[in-house]
Ligand binder design. Structure first.
Ligand SMILES: [Mn+2]
Length: 366
């Protein structure tokens, strides 16, 4: 029996320079990446796994220091009874200048080199672990060119950073069918930050801490067991925080307080204090209500850890008086024509209000 944890794409040291949230959150996020890395190592120790696989992008080489790589080593050092496998990706490339090469590593940590696909044998050579590290930021090598296949009497595992979703990818395109046919008991992939279980024998673990609103939803690690040739894996949610997107539908019957309450009720209250929310307001707002998004965000500061609002609402115009005021011009004609259609139909109503919004804005600019 082989027990493992599969992680990757931690991006330790990331500066969060081009993210959609603010600096103070970014500073905390940097620390949280380190905390989560340590939590993963502690989990591996508690669960008494045989292997901890790290499938690339462990750190951001652009910002990482010698002190940082020593911190990585010293964190991993605690897991002295676990075989730790590292394969570098496009953000932590393994070449002559790499921080990986600047320090000595304990015996139980294996960092695969970049000279091609290699094999390491464990547990009286019953377990064959294959891996490969990148040596540059883009990579279209065919690393399986000279691969002779696996020994099917053994348990075979492949850990690699690459792209199985896009054959033209500059990030080590991998042929999913080819990999599946090869007969590995488990293929632990890195690179795609969304966790994807492709089968019980192949998965992207995803980034354990999501890095921005592009990585919404649950993030975590993969735990697995290989026993008598069968592999069982499970995705374990493990991130400290999630990035979440919620859509809130507004209509013209709602007052200001109603709208604020709907925003506050977008999720469980204790989650609001933990996660990062991007809320999209959709629909019609009564013409007397002025939604100042900046003010709303400020007023909800105590309710949310982080709140961003995208206002896609349109104003609910008073059609009769608007038509009267605009007799003879394009706005008047537009309302008159639209009123002949079925205004109960949502599509017609949306067309009317979106059209009006555009025409009214045009009027202001004139
Ligand atoms: Mn990555």
């Amino acid at each position: 029996m082989v027990k493992f944890i599969h992680t990757g794409d931690l991006h330790l040291g990331l500066q969060f320079k081009n993210v959609s949230f603010n600096r103070s959150i970014a500073e905390k996020r940097r620390i949280e990446l380190w905390d989560t890395f340590e939590r993963i190592v502690n989990r591996a120790i508690e669960r008494e796994v045989d292997f901890l696989f790290i499938a690339g992008d462990l750190y951001e080489e652009e910002y990482f220091t010698l002190g940082d790589i020593k911190r990585v080593r010293d964190t991993l050092r605690k897991a002295k009874d676990i075989n730790i496998i590292i394969t570098a990706g496009n953000h932590d490339t393994l070449n002559i200048n790499s921080l990986y090469r600047m320090i000595d590593w304990p015996e139980n940590i294996k960092i695969f080199d970049s000279a091609g696909l290699k094999k390491v044998e464990y547990m009286d050579s019953d377990i064959h672990v294959y891996g490969y590290s990148w040596d540059k930021g883009e990579n279209k090598e065919n690393i399986f060119n000279n691969f002779g296949g696996i020994d099917k009497d053994k348990t075979n595992i492949l850990i690699i950073h690459g792209d199985i979703l896009n054959k033209e990818s500059p990030y080590l395109p991998l042929d999913k069918m080819y990999l599946q046919d090869m007969g590995f008991n488990y293929i632990g992939l890195g690179h795609i930050h969304k966790p994807i279980i492709i089968s019980n024998r192949m998965a992207y673990c995803g980034s354990p801490e999501p890095l921005d609103f592009g990585e919404i939803g649950e993030h975590g690690i993969i735990e697995g067991i290989i026993e008598k040739g069968n592999t069982n894996i499970e995705f374990i949610p493990f991130s400290n925080r999630s990035f979440l997107e919620k859509t809130i539908d507004i209509d013209e019957t709602l007052g200001y307080i109603d709208i604020i309450n709907r925003i506050k009720q977008c999720d469980k209250y204790d989650n609001l204090k933990q996660n990062l929310y991007r809320i999209k307001l959709e629909g019609l707002v009564h013409r007397d209500i002025e939604l100042n998004i900046g003010d709303i965000i400020k007023s909800l500061d105590d309710d949310f850890y982080y709140l961003d609002i995208i206002d896609n609402t349109i104003v609910d115009y008073d059609l009769n008086s608007l038509e009267e005021e605009n007799q003879g011009n394009i706005i008047g004609h537009f309302i008159k024509e639209m009123k002949k259609k079925n205004l109960e139909d949502k599509v017609v109503r949306d067309a009317l209000y979106i059209g009006l919004e555009a025409l009214m804005k045009g009027k202001v600019e004139l």
